[in-house]
Ligand binder design. Structure first.
Ligand code: UGA
Length: 454
């Protein structure tokens, strides 16, 4: 790295902001992460991450210690002292599926007062096409002419793999109309583009040796690349869940089917795990936003809607499997639920389908005893009916069914003999096809997975 850039990351204690700030400081830049959440800012300045992510605390402490990273609540002066401002604030869904832009509009208003000299505003938040024009107009109200350029630089971070995805990306997308801004961003990302990053404890997951592809395009195309990528991943998941249902009808094993399909180099193996479906803060939200991008009277996005509908049906289909296995309704039956996060290796329960399943179990009168390896007290605020247990074994105590909802690897290594003896009726519904059916049957369990998986 020649000369470090002075960078400010707004929304810096959130998921994307924190990873961005950590990543940019790790590759040599001077970064201040700004957030309105004072408690989180203090916690981060003390070297403790509020987010569960492999390797995060080591990178955080190293960059706090070497002085390249700090956290602040002072947006105005942080913007004034920076050359490049990354915007990573949240853009949650409203009830009608539209995106709540209030945070991004507020931030644009505040940035406009800090535009004392030329700056690049980099939008990492996923915002609908057209919103960047809105941000530009807000900035133009107070800023001098030519005082800023805007670049859309969508993120492709997966929770649980976010640092690896930041340092070893498949591609970097830059949307805008300024060559000057493009070249500064290429400079910022240079160590990543040239694959010069080597970080102890964070394994390079890419087998590529050529430079990381940088896609320079217009703003709308950059934004649609992000939305379409998430929509495509969601489509693969709903597709394999559809095939999984067909497998159940004809007694074919979905794991074998997905594996056999994946060897086709045009298809590949990823995002073909059949199960409860896609949860989390991104895929569903982005799919809905993409559908809302167009006027449905003029252009119907039936395929994308079908992907969402299929996903919604997965919750009921898993609860029905529990009922079918018990051969009775769920009133007063005890269900041991393993896994509450929306996927393994994260402590995030936002839009977790596991929580939707437990709600449905309650509606049908079941008693739910739950265990998750990382989520603890948070669950109480989500659903007071959930009885949190301190181990999988106590969750299984007296249960009629053990229901696996998140594919945590920890659940592979449980002592299922012990679980068997703790349960009043040893039966397992494995909505993530985590376990091997024959092993469970050998131990005496009744076992049902997804897609006749064996
Ligand atoms: C997703 C995208 O994968 C990232 O590239 C993107 O940057 C991010 O959204 C975002 O927009 O911020 P993430 O939400 O962390 O990342 O989750 P994924 O790992 O993609 O998983 C989403 C859901 O799909 C999880 O509930 C997971 O269990 C489920 N899934 C995933 C399946 O059911 N089957 C699969 O084969 C893969």
């Amino acid at each position: 790295m020649n000369k470090p850039q002075k960078i400010c990351v707004i929304g810096g204690s959130g998921y994307v902001g924190l990873i961005t700030g950590l990543g940019l400081s790790e590759i040599g830049h001077e970064v201040v992460n700004v957030d309105i959440d004072r408690a989180r800012v203090d916690q981060l300045n003390a070297g403790k991450s509020p987010i569960y992510e492999s390797g995060i605390d080591v990178v955080l402490r190293r960059n706090l210690h070497n002085g390249r990273l700090r956290f602040s609540t002072d947006l105005q002066s942080s913007v004034k002292n920076s050359q490049v401002v990354f915007v990573t604030v949240g853009t949650p869904s409203l009830k009608n599926g539209q995106i709540d832009l209030s945070q991004i509009i507020e931030v644009a208003n505040q940035i406009s007062s800090g535009l004392n000299e030329y700056k690049i505003i980099v939008i990492k938040s996923t915002i609908p096409v057209g919103t960047i024009e809105l941000i530009k107009s807000i900035l133009n109200e107070k800023a001098q002419q030519d005082c800023f350029d805007i670049v859309s630089n969508p993120e492709f971070l997966r929770e649980g793999n976010a640092l690896k995805d930041f340092f070893f990306p498949d591609r970097i997308v830059l949307g805008g109309d300024s060559d000057k801004a493009f070249s500064i961003l290429r400079y910022i990302y240079k160590p990543i583009i040239n694959r010069e990053v080597s970080i102890k404890g964070i394994q390079n997951i890419s087998k590529e040796t050529d430079p990381v592809p940088v896609i320079q395009t217009d703003i709308a195309s950059a934004q649609i690349i992000k939305y379409a990528s998430n929509a495509f991943l969601a489509t693969r998941i709903s597709f394999i869940n559809e095939i999984s249902g067909i497998c159940e009808q004809v007694n074919a094993d979905i794991k074998e089917v997905a594996n056999g399909m994946g060897y086709d180099s045009r298809i590949g193996h990823s995002y073909l795990e059949a199960g409860l479906g896609f949860g989390g803060p991104c895929l569903e939200k982005d799919l809905r936003a993409l559908i809302n991008t167009v006027d449905q009277d003029k252009y119907q996005t039936d395929l994308l809607q079908a992907v969402l509908d299929k996903n919604d049906r997965q919750v009921a289909s898993v609860v029905n499997k529990v009922e079918k296995l018990l051969d009775t309704n769920l009133y007063n039956r005890t269900i041991a639920v393993l896994g509450l996060t929306f996927k393994p290796e994260t402590n995030d329960i936002r839009n977790s389908l596991a929580i939707r399943v437990t709600n449905e179990l309650h509606k049908r009168g079941a008693v739910v005893q739950s265990y998750d390896p990382v989520v603890n007290n948070e669950i109480l605020s989500v659903d007071p009916n959930l009885k949190p247990c301190d181990s999988a074994y106590s969750a299984a105590q007296g249960a009629d069914v053990l229901l696996i909802l998140t594919g945590w690897k920890d659940f592979l290594h449980l002592d299922y003999k012990q679980i068997y003896s703790n349960m009043s009726n040893p039966a397992i519904v494995d909505s993530r096809n985590l376990l091997v059916q024959s092993d469970m049957i050998e131990l005496g369990f009744k076992y049902v997975g997804m897609g006749a998986s064996r």
